[in-house]
Design a binder for this molecule. Structure first.
Ligand code: UD1
Length: 375
């Protein structure tokens, strides 16, 4: 089988899967080939995650890099199809909702190779998000859909996906968080800033809808300024965001705010350290909405919708949109309230990858010595 990753959040998700698959099915029975598409290639967006999370070297690196959606998807399709034709795996496991997820699923489906999708069924119901398209298509093509919550399983059932293909297993991103929390370490790039636990805010922004056009980018920068007026603000900046803010003439404005600490994207263990101790997190990331829920850190999501409504039901996350006034008002409410209590979510217990591996091995590939039959 192939296990595919390509972009930063994928690496966090595959770390426990590589281990769980290799434990559940020894190499001579179900060989796990690790494929990196290379959608993300900067050391801080990719390599550091392999090192810190102990992910072994990929068996194949497609090295596709950046481009428009069509260019990037097409490059992955061509390179991955070639690989599939050469190696003919029985199963391709894809994670998340990035372009690599969609492209690899599509290439496999056209060759009649089964697909398992980890983190299936999440829906923002906003098709202007490229990720939403990636989710819908990938789920439609997958033989096994592994979900993080009951609601995601229900979404799939409503779309007509047979319930015997849907498995609620928990959250692999949280597997990684729980096993890494004790190893988190303070960021080297913030060493001179002197941040105190629960006395700063953390912000991350990178969604195309928030940073690519000047109007939205202007709003999120204004929101960041309003936050930095209330408490020190740590801003690890995604390369896309840096590029766009620079293009829109907004980067200099943020750099001029003394209480806003702009740094390069942080390695996983450093980001976890900063997130775990923040007073509040402002973000447009999906994964961070989930991680703050588990950590019990208030999260303000700078979007109009979320594919992860469970984080809102949980009480830690709130959708605030992009209007600076609304963000500032929500921030004031959060700062006036005590820190929320972290409450465990069903099956977000650190064992999702194990469940996925067990179910997959039951479906595919284990040729048992005793019976000589596949089960
Ligand atoms: C991608 C995912 C998004 C995910 C995010 C996490 C898609 C459609 N989007 O968005 O769902 O939340 O990853 O980071 O797949 N760049 C670099 N170095 C890198 C990677 C990217 O400089 O290593 C720059 C390039 O200018 C590139 C831009 O960032 O054009 C965007 O990269 P891309 O992979 O297209 O999408 P992300 O915004 O990273």
């Amino acid at each position: 089988m192939f296990l595919v990753a390509g972009a930063r959040p994928n690496f966090v998700k595959i770390a426990p899967l590589v281990e769980a698959f290799e434990r559940a099915a020894p190499r001579d029975r179900l060989e796990v080939r690790l494929v990196n598409t290379g959608q993300h290639y900067d050391p801080l967006m990719a390599g550091s995650f392999f090192e810190e999370l102990g992910i072994r070297e990929p068996d194949v690196d497609l090295g596709v890099g950046s481009g428009t959606h069509a260019e990037q998807t097409a490059r992955i399709l061509v390179a991955f199809e070639r690989l599939l034709v050469e190696e003919r795996p029985r199963l391709v496991v894809v994670v998340g909702d990035v372009n690599s997820t969609l492209a690899c699923a599509l290439a496999a489906a056209k060759l009649g190779i089964d697909i398992a999708h980890v983190e299936a069924g999440l829906r923002s119901r906003d098709r202007s998000m490229p990720e939403e398209i990636n989710r819908i298509v990938t789920d439609a093509l997958s033989s096994l859909c592994f979900t993080t919550c009951v609601e995601a399983s229900e979404n799939l059932a409503h779309e007509g996906i047979a319930t015997d293909r849907i498995f609620f297993v928990g959250n692999v991103m949280i597997d990684t968080l729980l096993r890494s929390r004790d190893r988190a370490r303070p960021p080297a790039s913030l060493a001179t800033v002197g941040l105190r636990p629960r006395e700063y805010a953390l912000i991350t922004l990178h969604r195309a809808g928030n940073v690519d056009r000047p109007v939205e980018a202007g709003r999120v920068v204004a929101a960041a300024e309003r936050a930095a007026a209330r408490l020190p603000l740590v801003f690890p900046m995604h390369p896309r965001t840096r590029q766009m803010l620079e293009r829109h003439g907004l980067l200099a404005r943020l750099l001029a705010v003394a209480s806003a600490h702009l740094v390069e994207p942080l390695p996983y263990l450093e980001f976890l350290y900063v997130m775990d101790r923040a007073r509040v997190v402002l973000t447009d990331s999906g994964g961070i909405q989930e991680e703050t829920s588990v950590l019990g850190v208030p999260c303000l999501t700078l979007r109009q919708n979320t594919e992860r409504p469970i984080t809102i039901e949980q009480g830690t996350n709130r959708l605030v949109g992009l209007e600076p006034d609304n963000v500032a008002a929500a921030l004031d409410e959060v700062l006036a309230a005590p820190m929320p209590r972290a409450r465990p979510l069903p099956l977000w217990d650190g064992r999702a990858a194990e469940r996925i591996a067990d179910i997959t091995v039951r479906h595919y590939g284990v040729h048992t010595a005793e019976t000589g039959m596949s089960r």
